[in-house]
Design a protein around this ligand. Structure first.
Ligand code: AMP
Length: 179
């Protein structure tokens, strides 16, 4: 991506200090989404990057990964799979726990979400808005592999590289903005 396009996307993201708690610099992507130039620039960049990956599915993480993931899936003509927080999916699920600062959280996916008619292994791109410690996306990529699909890459709009979250993932990581 050229520097000008990257600046358009970067400048559209609002930073809210001390949200949801003191010390966190929250990256607010709602100001990217309501900026047509920035949103279009981002989506065109992602379509260009992934159009030749021969993906079968895009898996988005609850909830902001749904926004970017479903738009990208539609552009690429592939299916979209939601990876949800525990208790939201109606059919049989597989779940993975991950640690938080205090306690743990859990993500789930439908057991048959990545099935392909010919029985072959689905190629899946995982997407979320932001990579911080990597706990959420590492659990999501384990889920994808556990239900028999292949997580070929994890994609983020923003990566907080000082938290070294990419090291937790067993897949290649691509981040549009690395801080
Ligand atoms: P982690 O599991 O630590 O990589 O956290 C990633 C998840 O938490 C993503 O779904 C993000 O949306 C959210 N998140 C973590 N830190 C931030 C931040 N500074 N700004 C916005 N979202 C964040």
């Amino acid at each position: 991506m050229n520097r000008q396009d990257l600046e358009i996307i970067k400048n559209s993201i609002r930073v809210i200090p001390d949200f949801p708690k003191p010390g966190i610099m929250f990256k607010d992507i709602t100001t990217l989404l309501n900026n047509p130039e920035a949103y279009k620039t981002l989506m065109e960049h992602l379509v260009e990057r992934y159009k030749d990956y021969n993906l079968d599915y895009i898996a988005g993480i609850d909830a902001r990964g749904f926004i970017f993931g479903s738009a990208l899936a539609s552009h690429l003509g592939v299916g979209f799979i939601p990876i949800r927080k525990k208790g939201k999916l109606p059919y049989t699920t597989v779940s993975e726990k991950y640690s938080l600062e205090y306690g743990f959280d859990e993500v789930e996916v439908h057991i048959d979400a990545f099935n392909k008619e010919d029985g072959s292994k689905a190629k899946v791109l995982l997407i979320d808005d932001l990579l911080a410690t990597g706990g959420t996306s590492a659990a999501a990529s384990r889920l994808i592999e556990r239900v028999g699909a292949n997580c070929v890459e994890a994609c983020f709009i923003i990566e907080l590289s000082f938290l070294e979250g990419a090291k937790k993932l067993n897949t290649p990581v691509y981040s549009v903005i690395v801080e």
